[in-house]
Design a protein around this ligand. Sequence first.
Ligand SMILES: Cc1cc2nc3c(=O)[nH]c(=O)nc-3n(C[C@H](O)[C@H](O)[C@H](O)COP(=O)(O)OP(=O)(O)OC[C@H]3O[C@@H](n4cnc5c(N)ncnc54)[C@H](O)[C@@H]3O)c2cc1C
Ligand code: SF4
Length: 526
Amino acid sequence: MVEEQHYDVIVIGTGAGGGTLAHRLAPTGKKVLLLERGDYLPRERDNWDSTAVFVQGKYRAPEFWLDQHGDQFPPEVNYYVGGNTKFYGAALFRLRPQDFGELRHHGGISPAWPIRYEDLEPYYTEAEHLYLVHGAHGEDPSEGAASAPYRFPAVEHEPRIQQLSDDLEKQGLHPFHLPIGVNLTQDEHGQPTHASACIRCDRVDGFPCLVQSKSDAQVICVDPALRHDNVQMVTNAYVERLETDSSGRTVKAVVTRLGDGSTVRFNADVVVVSCGAVNSAALLLRSANDQHPNGLANSSDVVGRNYLRHNNLALMAVSKEPNPTVFQKTLALNDWYLGSDDWDYPLGGIQMLGKSDAEQIRANAPPWAGKVSPKMPFEELAHHAIDFWLCGEDLPMPENRVTLEKDGQIRLTLDEKHNAEGVKRLRHTLEGMLGKLGMEEHHLLDHSIFMHKGMPIGATAHQAGTVRFGADPASSALDVNCKAHDLDNLYVVDTSFFPSIGAVNPSLTAIAMALRVADHLAERLR
Ligand SMILES: Cc1cc2nc3c(=O)[nH]c(=O)nc-3n(C[C@H](O)[C@H](O)[C@H](O)COP(=O)(O)OP(=O)(O)OC[C@H]3O[C@@H](n4cnc5c(N)ncnc54)[C@H](O)[C@@H]3O)c2cc1C
Ligand code: SF4
């Protein structure tokens, strides 16, 4: 147990945002306390077991949120040291430069950010290096300029995916190597070397890495940060609320319920909230007081609003040839990110999912599947499956929001169909090409492991936007350094700050911003 004492910085949450920020502050010598509601994820064989992870949901948070109708649903969230990065696919993309400006979509406007791509670019480079991203800048025509190459070469395609890449190129497209954070050293055939930590297995997407070789926030940031004497962490420490001083301008206590049921008040010069977009908003709303009747940092009334995710679709195509690929998450395609020949609005991006196995397919097959496909048992289907993930941009709507019930339960109000036309067109575009790519779509299973929980409200994996940053305190909760406009010592550093989410996976942007805010804090505390 850490003594109740004063810290320079308290960071609440140890995921992509909080873990990275603590890592960056560790060498400054400032006293940093990490408070994490979860514990270390147990290392056990079930980490890599499809049934345990996907069917039983063994590691998911044991809680339910309410939707707009008051119906309960289990959110896709994981409370552990490292946060949701323990389970992420480690696809670490930069937003496109255009995502930082205003973009017109079929369903409305994706608003501009208060900073430009160029402002974040140095931090994107540092984030890629820190998280051991393997990739190849320059292959994807939609990406912005990079000031330095990746530290590690792209993960090589296995033969079936190389063939897919070649076939896509023959169609005049620009497939590229997917940027991914793994501690992999490859030999000349792309196989892991004897000394490689990553064994290049088929469990990279959605499973925790049993051998700690995925670049998650615990392995890359929290554990190394804790080697500094000035950094401490308390696990099983659920932050209930933040209290302000009499001026209302300063957070003076972080009220925390510990694993033994006791409540402790920690305090620090600076408090950083990094609980993930839904829980960060919930914490600020829970912390309402006389000076902040609508919740902390919420004079603008935007906290909890503009909840973002992605308009996702997983598509399982069946290759005529077997697909013996093990590590499938090596290819992506952004040719239609901003539009297509017959559509002036953004469609989104395509990337490979981790390779599906028979157990995952069985778990998600509709009950009549066996009758429709009697000649193709799940094992054989899995052997021929090629798994794509299609990602379209969701747009901010004030009505899509996190609120709290009287008893504190989280309610998520969401229009699930908003701006979905782009990703539908992306799907039709891909489907139209499958024949030329030696595949056919398998209609049985167009909702796959992630997506059958996918598009519905429970797909909270890419949550963002609920505590947006901006230049105007009337329409944003945070300033450009992610400090609350309304308070002097409160920051929010996770995916909450996004004014828009683009159509790429969000973590690298959260990581880059955490590095940028940490530099600002180091300067402030000097
Ligand atoms: C299956 C899956 C696959 C994904 N794949 C990718 C991918 O390939 N690429 C990508 O970029 N993103 C991916 N994501 C999304 C990615 O994991 C998140 O974007 C990222 O983790 C968000 O970081 P964060 O800091 O905002 O929040 P989190 O990582 O969720 O961290 C929040 C932390 O705060 C803690 N916490 C919450 N409330 C409290 C409280 N009250 N008190 C104390 N602690 C608290 C939580 O336990 C958690 O540790 C995936 C997510 C999932 C679930
Ligand atoms: S591919 Fe590598 S990083 Fe991913 S789960 Fe397997 S060993 Fe871990």
